[in-house]
Design a protein around this ligand. Structure first.
Ligand SMILES: [Zn+2]
Length: 181
């Protein structure tokens, strides 16, 4: 079959248009350049981020200007995602909002769009992959903070840096850990 016919659902172009499905972490990170791309999210995500005044302003402008589409997935799609989540063991780690985001991504994918889910949530990313939908995480210090643990003695104050020691070599007390600066 010629390429053009295979992709007849993609508005006649060989390359499918891309849509980015955003979850709450994506909006809170605030690194989204709405002027460049097509973005969609769900009403439940919007509700989750509206308590943050700076995020609220950015999101409102994006919605009003049509750069961020807000759309509810059908109950049928949500149920389908729930069943998939139950089969992968992700169900307990997914919120109702996560399910909404994934169901919306599924619908956009079936509508013939190239879908990318933007989320830092491991279970959201995992389930999207099960649906053959691409995911992109964000590296944002406010969300994914990498911690280095320093070992120290609470009794004699000896410090051991990054160490697997469990007992103080000087006084024999049980060591503790705290995040490095
Ligand atoms: Zn000690």
């Amino acid at each position: 079959m010629p390429e053009g016919l295979k992709n007849a659902s993609g508005k006649g172009f060989n390359r499918k248009p891309t849509v980015y499905v955003l979850d709450s972490t994506a909006l809170i990170a605030g690194q989204t350049d709405f002027s460049r791309k097509e973005f969609v999210t769900t009403p439940s995500v919007i509700l989750e981020v509206m308590h943050d005044e700076s995020v609220k302003n950015v999101v409102e402008v994006a919605v009003e200007s049509g750069q961020l589409e807000v759309s509810s997935p059908s109950e049928e799609s949500i149920k389908e995602v729930e069943e998939l989540a139950a089969s992968t063991g992700d169900m307990a780690r997914l919120s109702r909002t996560d399910l909404d985001v994934l169901a919306l991504a599924l619908e956009k994918s079936r509508a013939g769009l190239e879908v990318v889910v933007i989320s830092d949530d491991y279970s959201v990313q995992n389930l999207a992959r099960h649906m053959a939908i691409r995911t992109v995480g964000m590296i944002h210090p406010g969300i994914r903070k990498r911690i280095t643990w320093i070992t120290y003695c609470p009794v004699c104050r000896a410090e051991y840096g990054v160490s697997n020691l469990s007992v103080c070599a000087k006084c024999g007390a049980e060591l503790k850990r705290r995040p490095a600066k």
